[in-house]
Design a protein around this ligand. Structure first.
Ligand code: SAM
Length: 199
């Protein structure tokens, strides 16, 4: 079942702003200027406002309401599955923001393999760090983990599990190695991992 957050962008936007405040303000610096950015799992394209205006931005998502909302605001976003290669565009930066933890590990690996094919410079993964609270093996964590799964239910996937910090580190490392990524940089900023994979 879809959580209220994914029913209308207004709910998502309000909740996510309260949760992260200005947590994405370093995105502009990480992405740089005059880049083509393609976001897989773009929602309603809210990240466009965090990148430099000299960059082009496009994206795909399966939430039709989110896409229609973003398109009304002139965002170059389209309905499409992140696992469908035919929906991608070659771009300097492939952005995967807040999407990996929605997918099974198997699909996360497929997504990375696709992103590598289309990224000219880098893949930028953004994942929340606070979600590891849901991964601990105690009563409170299990309750919090269930509430987070309910809140973050996108209506497309079922979140399998919340990863521990070590599991996140292991996942990033294995994605780097299995895709022959040249260099990986990880920045922690305001409750997010920013993982740059330079191709
Ligand atoms: C937490 S939201 C993040 C949205 C956006 N990246 C942002 O940061 O605002 C996750 C998004 O992934 C989308 N999504 C999940 N699985 C998908 C799939 N297989 N194909 C396309 N979009 C998908 C959902 O519809 C949802 O909009």
């Amino acid at each position: 079942m879809k959580s209220f957050m994914f029913v209308h962008p207004f709910f998502y936007d309000t909740f996510i702003r309260l949760l992260y405040l200005d947590g994405l303000k370093i995105l502009k610096k990480i992405v740089g200027v005059k880049k083509n950015v393609f976001e897989a799992g773009c929602g309603y394209g809210r990240l466009q406002k965090y990148i430099d205006p000299s960059c082009s931005y496009s994206g795909i998502d399966l939430n039709k309401k989110f896409i229609a909302f973003g398109r009304k605001r002139n965002r170059d976003i389209h309905v499409g599955n992140v696992l469908d290669v035919s929906r991608y565009r070659d771009s300097d930066v492939i952005l995967l923001a807040d999407i990996l933890h929605h997918l099974t590990l198997n699909d996360a690996r497929k997504l990375l393999a696709i992103a590598v094919r289309f990224a000219r410079e880098k893949i930028l993964i953004i994942e929340p760090t606070f979600v590891i609270i849901g991964s601990y093996n105690n009563f409170f964590s299990r309750i919090i983990g269930k509430i987070m799964k309910w809140l973050d239910a996108d209506g497309i996937n079922e979140i399998e599990k919340w990863l521990t910090r070590d599991e996140y580190d292991a996942l990033f490392k294995s994605l780097k190695e299995s895709n022959n990524i040249k260099e990986m940089r990880i920045t922690h900023f305001r409750r997010h991992h920013f993982v740059e994979m330079l191709v």
